[in-house]
Design a protein. Structure first.
Length: 465
């Protein structure tokens, strides 16, 4: 995934007061904008918190925004080791704000208290992309809650820490070093972006600590390390699905690609798409770099049209989404639109509107993608609404670690279990198995933008059947 931009995320929340989550949408109400029902204005974390202040098991809150009195008292109670009080406080906090994953994680940690536990940590960009961080934490919190309320990992409960890495490769490496040095930590969920996962991966490898990213899609992560896994399909899978759809279903063979040369994710998706289209017998006639200072959506679309392009492929990342949306507007539905998962946002629905109708996006998971799955119902019961693909794939990453801990609750044992040819677990998105490369052998879901009411923008993403 691409590195996120705090200003853009917060501005979007304030502007739209909606947040897309995997085909469903949280509708935020009340005084002031919210992200995942966490109010933005108020007590925000310091710009440069110390490493100690970036990691919490419940003794401090990391998510931005004003705290309810109950949550504030719960944090103080855990810090004071007053676990019964913390349980009561976090229970009250969740009654006020049921879709706060941090509060649910801290509640489950408080229930463990000082008892023996198995410990994992989520490395997420709380400070720079709180929306994505909360989506990831919802999946982790749900998996922790389910295993702990059913008796734990062979009787031992699961403790979850949260580390705010800001999606900053340097901070990610510092956090990785800190987690490696704590022998109690048996696994990590994250990091979020491909750049961050590549930066931290060498440290996790040297410390023999497994990290499972639910959101990093760059092909560079394949075969990167025996200790780095991921539950999200790689860009190779997304690109192949889009190329196949373009040539075989749409019967179109000439495309141009818009990408960000400064993003590992965007570069990866672009390169894989170019290769996949060629293998399907088509061609990519031009590539347009959205990160260039002189980029012009109008001139690019005009050039693409002159070259006989039939398809515009948007391999934009978050930083270049606004420019991609300009391309959608300029195109006026003349050329067919395809896109990668960073275009899968409420902002695309809100800004793209009618001009985006018909665009097909490759995503790792959609809540309506598998009618047989019971995960959507369970997650709706817990959170009071639909969850995103980040939540589903983070749930899967946590389930994978839990399954590995059942086999052998040591760092080496967890790695051996995940890498074993007979490893298997059932997650939100189906069976979880890993290839020798650390990749998950799973398909992507194609979704299409259609008129609809669920997102409250007038448009929705729905699975392509």
């Amino acid at each position: 995934m691409s590195q996120k931009n705090e200003t853009a995320v917060l501005a979007l929340a304030l502007l739209l007061t909606v947040g897309i989550v995997g085909g469903g949408v949280w509708w935020f109400t009340g005084s002031g904008a919210k992200i995942g029902n966490t109010i933005i204005p108020g007590s925000e974390p310091a710009n440069n918190p110390s490493l100690q202040d970036r990691i919490s098991f419940g003794d401090k809150t990391l998510t931005p925004g004003a705290l309810s009195a109950a949550k504030k008292e719960g944090v103080q109670a855990i810090a004071a080791k007053s676990y019964d009080k913390a349980i009561a406080n976090f229970t009250d906090s969740l009654k006020l704000n049921r879709n706060d994953p941090e509060a649910l994680i801290f509640l489950n940690n408080a229930r463990i208290g000082s008892s023996k536990s198995y410990t994992i940590v989520a490395s997420v960009p709380v400070g720079t992309d709180p929306n994505a961080a909360l989506e990831i934490l919802r999946g982790i919190a749900q998996a922790q809650h389910e295993i702990n309320t059913s008796g734990g990992v062979k009787g031992v409960l699961l403790r979850v820490g949260i580390a705010n890495d800001d999606d900053n490769p340097e901070i990610v490496k510092q956090i990785a070093s800190s987690l490696v040095s704590n022998s109690e930590i048996l696994g990590v969920i994250g990091p979020n972006t491909s750049d961050s996962t590549l930066a931290a991966g060498t440290i996790y490898t040297s410390g023999q600590l497994v990290a499972i990213s639910p959101t990093s899609t760059s092909v560079k992560i394949s075969n990167f390390s025996r200790y780095v896994f991921r539950t999200v399909p790689s860009d190779f899978m997304a690109a192949r699905s889009l190329a196949n759809y373009m040539v075989r279903t749409l019967q179109k063979k000439n495309a141009v690609v818009f990408f960000n040369s400064q993003s590992n994710y965007s570069q990866s998706l672009k390169s894989e798409f170019v290769s996949s289209v060629s293998l399907e017998g088509g061609q990519v006639s031009s590539e347009f770099d959205l990160s260039k200072a002189d980029f012009s959506a109008a001139k690019s679309v005009e050039q693409a049209t002159k070259q006989g392009a039939e398809v515009l492929m948007l391999a934009a990342n978050t930083e270049t989404l606004d420019k991609a949306l300009q391309v959608i507007q300029i195109n006026q539905k003349k050329l067919t639109l395809l896109a990668g998962d960073d275009v899968y946002t409420s902002k695309t629905l809100e800004i793209g509107r009618e001009q985006a109708v018909g665009m097909v996006v490759a995503v790792p998971w959609h809540i309506d993608g598998d009618p047989k799955s019971n995960f959507p119902q369970k997650s709706r019961q817990l959170w009071g609404g639909d969850v995103s693909w980040r939540s589903a794939l983070s749930y899967d990453a946590t389930v994978a670690l839990i399954t590995a801990l059942k086999r052998n609750p040591t760092r080496f044992g967890v790695q051996q279990a995940l890498a074993s040819s007979d490893f298997s677990a059932t997650g939100a998105s189906g069976t979880i198995r890993f290839l020798a490369s650390g990749d998950r052998n799973a398909p992507v879901q194609l979704v299409k933008i259609v008129p609809g009411s669920r997102s409250r923008t007038g448009y929705d993403f729905e699975p392509v059947r």
